[in-house]
Design a protein. Structure first.
Length: 274
């Protein structure tokens, strides 16, 4: 995505159309569009030809962009789990790992970055009916690997609003749920985690459309991406007007929910009832 956005910026600066750019690398206009959106792999020869077309003659600048192209084609660690993942999900894991700010609203269950291993196993078993135990464990292992993002040296900021329904809907037995609630209390005290609970008592709210995640990246060239997961696919929205609506919905959810301290007290109250 970063390389694609830089190629788009260079093309537009020279006033070159996507059609002309495509012609220069023996490809279609739609291929250039997919490259600029970061949705296809990059051939070094194509990037070299585009840089020449865009007037990039400085060798240091060319090598920097060509190095980025080579990095873009290296499969991420999560691709080794592709046999147990929906086809659309590896893209999300890559974006999640590159984000410096992750904002989300979750209503069905606790967000994957905050799940305990036992709770995650219960969720995965429910979602992978008929799957063998080995496949279930591989999916759980992937989820635990993703969570390392939150405790890494350059951990992203994670702002999450959990609907009370996600906390009251049982996955696993009583001990699993108690362990999950306790984990939420503990991880909510991390400086990079802002956890809020939207209580039933508030009534209707701006999250009526369901769960969503907004990913923001440190590179200024990259727009925010909204991730919407569905039963058989997922949507990645990056148009400014779409992203703005979800950001507004999340802002209202954060304003209408109790703050992190009060939300932590709600979690402790649920622990006492469990």
């Amino acid at each position: 995505m970063l390389l694609g956005s830089q190629l788009r910026r260079l093309r537009e600066a020279r006033g070159i159309t996507r059609e002309a750019a495509g012609y220069s690398i023996r490809a279609s206009e739609s291929k250039i569009s997919r490259m600029e959106l970061g949705r296809v792999s990059f051939k070094t020869r194509d990037v070299e030809d585009l840089l020449t077309l865009y007037g990039i003659t400085d060798e240091a600048e060319r090598q920097q962009l060509l190095s980025l192209a080579r990095e873009a084609n290296v499969a991420g660690w999560w691709h080794s789990y592709s046999d147990v993942l929906p086809t659309w999900f590896p893209t999300y894991v890559g974006l999640e790992g590159a984000a410096h700010l992750i904002r989300a609203y979750e209503v069905q269950f606790v967000h994957g970055l905050l799940q305990t291993e036992d709770y995650a196993r219960a969720v995965v078993r429910r979602g992978m009916k008929g799957a063998g135990e080995a496949d279930v464990e591989r999916r759980v292992t992937l989820r635990m690997e993703r969570q390392k993002y939150l405790v890494a040296e350059n951990a992203p900021d994670f702002h999450i609003v959990l609907d009370e329904a996600a906390l009251r809907r049982p996955y696993g037995d009583r001990e699993v749920m108690r362990g999950q609630l306790q984990h939420l209390v503990e991880i909510s005290e991390r400086s990079n985690v802002r956890l809020q609970i939207m209580p039933f008592s508030f009534g209707g709210h701006s999250g009526e459309g369901g769960s969503f995640t907004v990913l923001s990246f440190p590179e200024s060239d990259l727009s925010d991406v909204v991730y919407l997961e569905q039963l058989t696919s997922a949507l990645y929205l990056d148009k400014r007007e779409d992203v703005a609506q979800y950001e507004q919905a999340l802002k209202e959810l954060q304003q209408d929910s109790p703050g992190p301290d009060e939300s932590r007290d709600l979690l402790r109250g649920l622990l006492q009832l469990s």
